[in-house]
Design a protein around this ligand. Structure first.
Ligand code: BTN
Length: 240
């Protein structure tokens, strides 16, 4: 197992409402990972319920920083790269990254990332289907089918082992971001992007845009080439 990053705390809970909420309650304490074996009110993007079958992974990193909001938001790409490395280290292959913050295996969702911000800190919440994929009937109609790591590699990885590898991987990409900025993170993310160069759909609050996924820009925004021209979207819900 990799060494735990020395400057980070680690809290392991049996049950909690949501590790993101728990991290917010601990905002005045040091940087730390908070892992729970059970979440009673896990949340996904856009306020959706995050289903967490037993044995799956739910954790949040509370990280204090004086970076601006844009740089903080770019940590979802750092987290996605760390997740990809970690999943690979346990034997998963065919991993792609879906903008803005999902991780796919064989085109199916295995992990999601939910960022929250507080004064001077960011909370990076990560859910991974380690043991079991949630019931597809409980997901949105357009949602990608979920997949679990245990079905991909044929064995079960414990949440604690996954956390040790993820924390180390996150630290490595975070150091790259601190040393060189977002550009190498952006390039590495694009190297593994799902549907790059293909037609995708971006749902906005009042419309759906269709276009070719051209790139992500230097801020992390989605760049789509549509029939009306080049469109830069800082936030959207992507489906394909
Ligand atoms: C998504 O894909 O919609 C994001 C899912 C994020 C789920 C994780 S589980 C740990 C942390 N606590 C929460 O309540 N949500 C995140």
């Amino acid at each position: 197992m990799p060494d735990w990053p020395a400057h980070l705390g680690r809290v392991i809970l049996e049950t909690v409402d949501s590790t993101n909420l728990e991290a917010a309650r601990r905002i005045n304490t040091g940087d730390q990972w908070i892992l729970t074996h059970k979440q009673t009110a896990g949340t996904g993007r856009r306020g959706k319920v995050w289903e967490m079958p037993k044995g799956n992974f739910a954790a949040s990193l509370l990280m204090h920083s004086s970076d601006d909001m844009q740089a903080l938001a770019q940590r979802s790409f750092v987290a996605a790269l760390a997740l990809q490395d970690t999943l690979e280290s346990f034997g998963a292959t065919d991993i792609t990254l879906k903008w803005p913050n999902d991780v796919l295996v064989k085109g199916q969702k295995i992990a999601g990332i939910l960022l929250a911000s507080a004064s001077g800190a960011i909370i990076i919440g990560i859910g991974v289907n380690l043991a079991k994929a949630p019931d597809i009937k409980k997901l949105e109609p357009n949602a990608l089918p979920p997949i679990a790591l245990s079905n991909v590699i044929g064995s079960h990885v414990s949440a604690l082992d996954f956390l040790a590898a993820l924390a180390t991987g996150f630290e490595r990409f975070e150091q790259q971001m601190r040393d060189f900025g977002f550009d190498p993170i952006r390039r590495a993310w694009l190297d593994n992007a799902a549907k790059l160069g293909e037609v995708i759909y971006a749902r906005l609050p009042n419309r759906v845009e269709t276009g070719t996924f051209e790139t992500i820009d230097e801020t992390g925004a989605l760049v789509l080439m549509t029939a009306k021209g080049r469109l830069v979207l800082p936030a959207a819900d992507v489906f394909f």
